[in-house]
Design a protein around this ligand. Structure first.
Ligand code: SF4
Ligand code: SF4
Length: 79
């Protein structure tokens, strides 16, 4: 099994401090397909038993998850 990396605090702190926009998840639209989990460069999408969760400590607000979600279940909003 391939080990998965997990976000960790770096020398300049947690990447969540970089954010100017934040992804907001609409759980009604989410089908738990996990595409956002695959693409998030920070490992800031967490899998749960039913829907994904966003770890705002490490989400840097890049918007990749919102772009990849075919269901438009994630939208970016100003902080
Ligand atoms: S890509 Fe969209 S539908 Fe799929 S798990 Fe993420 S938020 Fe849910
Ligand atoms: S905005 Fe970027 S860092 Fe934050 S959860 Fe989405 S893909 Fe990950």
């Amino acid at each position: 099994m391939i080990p998965l990396s997990e976000p960790k605090e770096g020398a300049s702190g947690k990447t969540g401090r970089w954010r100017t926009e934040k992804p907001v998840l609409n759980k009604e639209r989410c089908t738990n397909c996990l595409l956002c989990w695959v693409y998030c460069p920070e490992g800031a999408i967490e899998r749960t038993e039913d829907k994904v969760e966003i770890d705002y400590d490490y989400c840097k607000g890049c918007g990749v998850c919102a772009n990849e979600c075919a269901r438009k279940a994630i939208v970016m909003e100003d902080e």
